[in-house]
Ligand binder design. Sequence first.
Ligand code: SAM
Ligand code: SF4
Length: 452
Amino acid sequence: MKIDAVKIEELIKNADPSLANVASILEKASAGEGLGLEDAATLLSVTGEEALQALYGKAGEIKERVFGKRVVLFAPLYLSNHCTNGCVYCGFRSANKTVARKALTVPEAVREARALEEMGFKRALLVTGEDPRWGVDYIVSCVRAIYENTGIRIIHLNAPPVSVDDLRKLKASGAGVYQAFQETYYRPAYEKTHPWGAKKDFDYRLDCMDRAIDAGFQDVGIGPLLGLYDYKFDCLATIAHSMHLYEKYGTHAHTISIPRLRPAEDMAFAGAPYPVSDEDFMKIAAVFRLSVPSAGLVITTREPAGLRNRLLHIGASQMSAGSRTDPGGYTGGKKDTLEQFSTTDHRGLVEVMRSVVDEGFLPSLCTTCYRVGRVGGEFTEKAVSGQMEKFCQANAILTLKEYVLDHMKNGTREAIELAVDKALAGVKDPALKKGLIEKLGELEAGKRDLFF
Ligand code: SAM
Ligand code: SF4
């Protein structure tokens, strides 16, 4: 694909975020069918409390229409921090001699996955640096071994862009979503921040989602690394990227992640070259939600707890919890010397669940869509037409009940059980409600992994 930088710059320059214009764009967004680049550029230029609040409110409304109250929780599992690339912002970059290097063996990867399972997670996002010694065959072995030896139900990948043939191997291992971030879509900034290694090739990375879909991945995840370049440019380019996938393959990006630059060991600069404030960050989340309503909007533990809670109300639909960014971090004690970057929200799964509930949302450990083939264009279609909401809500209730039965002994248990009851009471479709009550009974009786 091509990024039309001139067009994006023009859109930013000509944006008119007057209250009247913003109001008419938000009215358009109410249809839940997404927004074009021009409207997104206008919303990204919004300032002033009144317009911002209206934007946040609309984003929350659309999120709820597409996915209901549910917020999917997951954890990253770092396999290896060996890397041959020079990304100036990353603790794993090859020039960083202070970081201790480690690649988990396959049994160690299984142990880490088991540790996540014991915490209650059902999905894991495998993450690696880029080093041919721990390349695709290694990742495939880890994926297969985790599926065979743990109760993790779906594995997603955040792995370096590879060839179509290698992507086919990754897909064949049973991976769900293939995720890789462009970091910045502005070529000069990309070249400056990726001085060497395979990742230096801007176009090869940009085309990797096309290759992934050609290789059989129907769900792909994209995102900018906020702080490397002007956020307006990178957000518009990310939306353009998703539109490109929709036009070519009939599927929008399954997820859009919005990592914001964090301090990392031996980082090549003191702070972000283009800092993104909390207010800008919330605006960015809202604009992605309204522009690509079907996409899962992923907020990680790079962000502080208070801000993550606020983001629940303005479009966030997926969150990591209890994350470690060092290979072996879940089983080996805390070793900062192995970390990719420092996280901010250190709460464990149960604490994150509790605050999701306290904010009025429903934590979910659902893994259904990838396993029943509700993927790609079909997922986009169902999400946009409002058909996903009932599945998301029902499956959140079931996975939460399982979590209560298997992992909760005291304290927060009551709050989560109340959330299950409240969500069940809110299910409007009588047939779905009847089915749910039956399945909840089956869970009580010892069955597991039930879904719609
Ligand atoms: N190595 C692969 C790659 O670069 O695509 C896969 C994953 S990399 C470990 C995961 C992501 O972490 C990167 O794509 C980047 O967006 C993000 N990241 C790297 N350094 C970061 C930092 N200092 N703060 C926040 N996010 C960072
Ligand atoms: Fe390596 Fe990825 Fe870090 Fe770049 S972002 S140095 S490719 S691990």
